[in-house]
Design a binder for this molecule. Sequence first.
Ligand code: GDP
Ligand code: ZN
Length: 375
Amino acid sequence: MPKKRKIRVNFKKNRGKRSRGGHELRQAFEQDNLDQLQSNERVSGKGELTRKRTIIAVENEEDGSEQIPLDVDPERCHIGRVLSIVGSHQCRVQGPDDEVYVCAVRQILRTLSQNNRNAVVAGDRVLFEPAPGLQGMIHRVEPRTGTLGRGSGRSQQLIVANVELAAIVIAAVSPHFKPSLVDRFLISCEKGGVKPLICINKADLVDPREMQPVIGQYANLGYDVFLISAETGAGIDALRARILGRQTVFSGQSGVGKTSLLNSIQPGLGLKTSGVSDDSGKGRHTTRTAVLKRLENGGWVVDTPGIRQLRLWDVIREEVEGFFIEFRPFVRYCRFPDCLHDHEIGCGIKAAVAAGMISTARYESYLKILSDEDE
Ligand code: GDP
Ligand code: ZN
């Protein structure tokens, strides 16, 4: 028997402010849903549709995720993939017929997500009910695997879901490579169950030998490193082969050449992320959310906006060391069992750094992450 949990939620009638577009559609759906909801949601307040209601969520025994039973005929729905989020209430969903539907998200899904922004994220697999004019309503989000997230305010913001690989793009020359940004990214990948690929772009601007210490450092830790040039095409074939048939999110500081790189993997894959004024002349046109694009020979690529910093989410100080795999053999030489390898005396990690067995750059990056400092 799957576990069930009662959830009390505020019942928003959702009739007040509306976003532009999809207006009538939403109203129609919601009226529809109100009728259907009464069958499996008990409403308090003497049958009046107000304030609170109780929802029975059913736990998926395999992954512990919770789902609310569908109150729509699944026959009328399709499985789709969320390509991008549009505004705060809608998303573009690719349906099984390869059409792109502009979908609204059921209020109840937004109410149930601890953070409204994560109710539906790019990459999600969803069950949606199509409506005329390539519109639709999302009724269910399938359990997520392989997520990339970051801390934002006092909550976690998921950037993308259901990806296998995450390519962090850095530049061999400029902008300056920030080791702690890369290391935060690696931690974030580990937490989200995504395999990181380190892509060092603009290789044409340096002597490859200069890059050896950085390449060696990450390769020794078991990470895949690609030295590439979007400009000359060097190394692009190998990277393209690696991501073929897979789901890969590309991320990096702006200016590292992520857009050029994506376009050299496949023309049109990279989106202009800055520098283009929109027609209204109100300033720069920038992508602020992740966007999925299909690879011609199979697989998906997710383009994300340039990041300046990546705040980790849900990582406590004592946990940071566990993400630095090369620290593991030396931890047992620390005098104090709760050593944070910072100011403590008799520290096995500091001794290993002094002996050249742990890279100074990685140790400094560890300290920065520990103190939650940015570069
Ligand atoms: P994004 O902000 O990461 O998307 O970076 P862009 O793709 O817009 O590239 C930023 C700048 O770096 C542009 O002027 C590109 O022409 C340049 N650039 C990108 N890739 C390379 C490369 O491999 N070699 C060189 N020399 N310049 C590059
Ligand atoms: Zn220590």
